[in-house]
Every structure is written in C-alpha cells, then in structure tokens.
Design a protein around this ligand. Structure first.
Ligand SMILES: [Zn+2]
Length: 104
C-alpha cells in the first residue's frame, strides 16, 4: 500500500492546541466507507463532536453548505463560535481510526 503523505496545517489553531496533532480516518459506521481523513489538533482523547472544514483532508470536494452524508446524515454544517465552518457530527454514525500517515 502506498504511504500517504499529509501536509498538516500549522496555523494559530494548531499552536493554540499545543502544536500537537493526530490524523484520524472517519468511516461510515454502516457501510465502512472512508469519508475523509481529519487533522485533529491537541491531545488525544475526548469524543469527536465536530470537524472543522479546514482540517478535513479529502480528494473529493467537501460541500460545506449541505449535510455530510453516507448511509445517513453524519454531520451538519454550522459556523463555530470562532468563525470557522465545521460539521457537527452525529454520534454513532461514524467510526474513527488512527492511520499511519507520514506527517510533514
Ligand atoms: Zn455508509
């Protein structure tokens, strides 16, 4: 399998979270389809409640004006209090796993 090289975003949000990050893969919990990879800043742990659009790593264009869906609605777009567009994720509709990407 080809190793995936992911260029992580190192912006003020990344720095605010202690300059630590992990790459997750989100899959539909029904059909197991890969939805996208995600750069989650900060220490590991905690439930994933939202995904910021600018942290989603995908070859496909993610439409931030429509709900994110696969077999059912997984996330609803909204504006987070800091002004960033995010998807509010519905519990139980997705699975996450930690991949083994090469961070740059
Ligand atoms: Zn699905």
């Amino acid at each position: 399998m080809k190793k995936e090289i992911i260029k992580i975003k190192r912006d003020k949000y990344f720095k605010a979270r202690g300059s630590q990050t992990r790459i997750l893969k989100l899959r539909c919990s029904h059909c197991n389809k890969l939805l996208f990879s995600y750069q989650k800043d900060g220490l590991p742990g905690g439930w994933l409640k939202r995904c910021y659009l600018n942290r989603i790593i995908s070859n496909k264009k993610i439409n931030s004006t429509k709900p994110l869906k696969c077999c059912e609605v997984i996330g609803i777009p909204y504006k987070y209090k800091d002004g960033r567009i995010a998807f509010k994720l519905a519990k139980g509709t997705f699975k996450r796993s930690y991949g083994d990407p090469v961070l740059k």
